[in-house]
Design a protein around this ligand. Structure first.
Ligand code: BGC
Length: 382
């Protein structure tokens, strides 16, 4: 309760400071009549209270899974950057088990963390624990995945998720020169988890670019599965992507090759690779264009060898950096960096967000995007 009061007061102070700064300075004294000047006998009273610091504060970081490399990097970056500022960090992974994530967050609340950073597994499954955190005065930052249907979240740090989808669509459009294509090309879609808000945004971005080509017959999806509902894959499962791809190849591509696997995740690209190898597709002969997301180390190696065509590089160091400014904002009253206040409506309110920029990466620019920036060393990719 004390924390809530302190936050409300801090918020009110910031608001009134903001309001004052837009007004003529001459009006200020008249507006603050009740501020008494310090009595002469009060010695050394600081003019402004010392800024709250990270000292002794703990941040609970709840991550979805260690089964994909990006989240391991996310957790490590967050921990390192928060610790560098003097925070203690409690980092937990829930291995894509929703109930385990709920329990981990409950335990963090019980252990008295000062702030929660959550990358959810199911973005609507946490409303109960989020309400508990709010009740306990613990602010929450949504990390990469928006927390839906809650008023307990203060800020959201992510990438431009529709932008990720557009970049995938535009890559296919350019690489296959769809605008000038004379022969139809076949395509299948492997989209993200329906309980992850990012997945539908990514799908929308892909379709903003590719739908016209499906409509005019330049792209042909022989399974007929083009809607989000028909192509989404629960919990971003690589195994399901592989199974879907095997089924598509067996059911619809006996007489004609599949030209494009439009996938929303490097894990799906690995699944498609296995399915294609199993069906006898060969590099340099009939290997399709395969997209992905995250530019994981294995995906980047596959891009170099040709088994994956492209991915979306998301610099998790930058994401962690932006998220840390948000943690600092809620805990020390500093200003967070925000660059979007309109897009991310979680069903209760539009969550103030910082969106990092995704970058399409392929064999032509991986050196510049991933190696020159220090994301991977040349040795790791050798
Ligand atoms: C993230 C992606 C990631 C996917 C699967 C999404 O929420 O934004 O970067 O590929 O989850 O882990």
């Amino acid at each position: 309760m004390k924390k809530i009061l302190a936050m409300i007061l801090a918020g009110a102070m910031m608001l009134s400071m903001g309001a004052c700064s837009n007004e003529a300075p001459a009006e200020k004294p008249a507006e603050t009549p009740a501020a008494p000047s310090a009595p002469a006998e009060t010695p050394a009273a600081p003019a402004t209270p010392a800024a709250p610091s990270a000292e002794g504060k703990t941040v609970g970081v709840a991550m979805p899974t260690q089964s994909s490399e990006r989240w391991i990097n996310d957790g490590a970056n967050m921990k390192a950057q928060l610790e560098a500022l003097g925070y203690e960090v409690e980092l937990q992974y829930a291995e894509d088990d929703v109930q385990m994530q709920v329990s981990q967050i409950e335990n963090m609340i019980a252990s008295g963390v000062d702030c929660l950073v959550i990358a959810s597994i199911d973005s609507v499954a946490l409303t109960g624990v989020e309400a508990q955190a709010k009740e306990a005065g613990i602010p929450i930052i949504a990390y990469d995945r928006l927390l839906m249907e809650t008023d307990a979240v203060s800020y959201y740090a992510s990438f431009d998720n529709e932008g990720v989808g557009r970049a995938i669509g535009e890559y296919i459009e350019t690489a296959k020169d769809l605008a000038n294509a004379t022969e139809p090309l076949t395509i299948e879609f492997f989209m993200g988890s329906p309980d992850d808000n990012n997945a539908v945004l990514l799908y929308n971005g892909v379709m903003k670019v590719l739908q016209p080509y499906l409509d005019n017959g330049t792209l042909v999806c022989k399974s007929g599965r083009t809607s989000f509902e028909e192509t989404c894959i629960l919990r971003w499962s690589q195994e399901t992507a592989q199974k879907n791809c095997e089924d598509y190849l067996a059911g619809f591509y006996a007489d004609e090759d599949l030209d494009i696997c439009c996938t929303a995740f490097d894990g799906f690209a690995y699944g498609c690779r296995s399915a294609l190898e199993g069906a006898g597709y060969k590099l340099g002969e009939n290997w399709p264009l395969i997209t992905g997301q995250d530019a994981e180390l294995m995906a980047t190696k596959n891009i170099i060898s040709g088994y994956q065509t492209m991915s979306i590089a998301k610099d998790t160091r930058t994401l962690a950096e932006k998220c840390v400014t948000m943690v600092n904002a809620v805990l020390t009253g500093a200003e967070p960096e925000i660059n979007d206040t309109t897009t991310y409506d979680n069903g209760v309110f539009v969550v103030p967000s910082y969106l990092c920029t995704p970058v399409a990466v392929d064999v032509n620019n991986y050196q510049e995007v991933l190696v020159d920036t220090g994301y991977y060393t040349a040795d790791q990719l050798a």
